[in-house]
Design a binder for this molecule. Structure first.
Ligand SMILES: *Cc1c(COP(=O)(O)O)cnc(C)c1O
Length: 443
């Protein structure tokens, strides 16, 4: 059987049996699925051997490239010891080590695990709510702090609780009647600033809007949840770290929890190991997933403080956090996360990314004469908005990019690059050159 026909057969079987995520399946009548056989570094290869530069890091999860020897070795070593054990009533070395190391890196001493980002959001929301409930019980008066606040255009996952604090219409509107109400406050995304207003001035103006809201509603608010520095799913909306500093101060002042959803921006993506570091703040809850295993295995964690942990520590079972997922603290996933932390610690990733980002910024000057605006960068994320009137710009761009051997999935009219950190200068110039060609063609 020829490769081409193997390809075609696999596509047909996939469309028959697999319901693909975030997809109107009927579009695949015209938009071909791409069968990927293997990966190496920033490259993915289809079954005909055609190479694609994975400029979206396989949906923002891959950090150091595909087929990474160190992460593979860690998982396979762990596989010889223990693949998984129930984490209620039992423990194991990888989960303990990972928790200790994450605590040392974040200053948050208690790690609660799940397998995907949305579940980490759910855990943070439930823990915050439950903390205020426990506090109320201890004081003999029920707590009214049950509400959540998020930013406009925020994305925190798509399970019902996480979707309740998400503000992306295409994911949310259909399910509106299933969702709990939450409050959305102005986003500090600097694209929304007035003409002539600095990113910082705009961020502080948004913080002022939050303060006005909290003045009136703090007594019924459990937590504010934000994506620190970059609202990725909103189209890489970037904002000034002054917002996070004001947010931290306001949450302290009004006794409201601060939940930092670093599911997309954690693990070096914005130029520091965690984005909150750039504002010098510590959240009450930190949600991590995506890059945590270097893109190898599903794992997420919600970290929190001693003070919050202590509010659950009691003789009463019901005051405990009775939340669980079957694969909580999976040993293989923890071993991949430990290898990921080793790579950060021993291979100078953050400093090397800094140099790579500077090189990429120089290359991007090649796009200057094209009809793009709001060219922006934070760490290893680049984005710009395209002044296209094409009704289906995002899909057209995606198709053109695939022809050029690039995996790029614009969000609306925003084209972004979020490559694995192992990308080389040559691969960057391939990415930029071909992007320029596509932009010229789509006009
Ligand atoms: C991807 C993402 C999530 C959800 O993670 P899943 O693993 O897809 O459930 C939540 N928050 C942010 C900021 C994300 O980017």
């Amino acid at each position: 059987m020829t490769e081409a026909s193997r390809n075609q057969q696999l596509l047909a079987r996939s469309l028959h049996a697999v319901w693909h995520p975030c997809t109107q399946m009927k579009h695949h009548e015209h938009l071909p699925l791409v069968p990927i056989q293997r990966g190496e570094g920033v490259w993915l290869y289809d079954m005909d051997g055609k190479a694609y530069l994975d400029a979206v890091s396989s949906w923002w999860v891959n950090l150091f490239g595909h087929n990474h020897p160190r992460i593979k070795a860690a998982i396979s070593q762990q596989m010889d010891q223990l693949e998984h054990v129930i984490l209620a009533g039992f423990t194991h070395e990888p989960v303990v080590q990972l928790s200790e190391r994450l605590a040392a890196l974040t200053g948050l001493g208690h790690c609660f695990y799940a397998s995907d980002g949305a579940s980490a959001t759910e855990i943070a929301l439930k823990m915050s709510f439950h903390y205020w409930r426990n506090l109320g019980l201890a004081q003999g008066k029920p707590s009214a702090k049950t509400g959540f606040i998020s930013l406009q255009n925020s994305y925190h996952g798509e399970t019902l609780g996480a979707l309740s604090v998400t503000d992306v219409a295409i994911f949310k509107d259909t399910y509106a009647s299933l969702l709990r109400q939450s409050i959305q406050i102005p986003s500090p995304d600097w694209r929304l600033a007035e003409a002539g207003e600095s990113a910082e001035a705009y961020a502080l103006r948004c913080a002022q809007a939050l303060e006005t809201h909290l003045q009136q509603h703090h007594a019924t608010t459990a937590a504010v949840i934000v994506e620190p520095l970059v609202q990725c799913a909103a189209g890489m909306g970037m904002y000034h770290e002054a917002y996070l500093q004001r947010l931290r101060a306001l949450c302290d002042q009004y006794e409201v929890h601060l939940i930092a959803d670093e599911i997309a921006v954690g693990f070096g993506r914005t130029g520091t190991l965690f984005a909150c570091e750039q504002a010098g703040i510590r959240p009450d809850f930190l949600c991590l997933s995506k890059g945590i295993t270097g893109g190898y295995l599903p794992l997420s964690v919600c970290l929190t403080t001693d003070a919050i942990y202590q509010a659950f520590y009691d003789d009463s079972t019901a005051r405990g956090f009775l939340h669980s997922h079957s694969y909580t603290g999976n040993a293989l996933a923890c071993s991949a996360a430990l290898a990921t932390l080793d790579i950060f610690a021993e291979e100078d990733v953050i400093a090397r990314n800094h140099d790579k980002a500077a090189a990429m910024n120089v290359q991007l000057q090649a796009l200057q004469d094209l009809p793009i605006h709001h060219l922006r960068q934070r760490g290893m994320i680049w984005a710009f908005d395209v002044a296209s009137t094409h009704p289906d710009f995002s899909r057209q761009f995606y198709l053109e990019a695939m022809q050029h051997g690039l995996i790029l999935r614009p969000i609306g009219n925003t084209v972004y690059f979020m490559p694995p950190y192992c990308i080389t200068p040559d691969e960057m110039s391939t990415l930029v050159d071909h992007t320029a060609q596509i932009l010229r063609k789509l006009g």
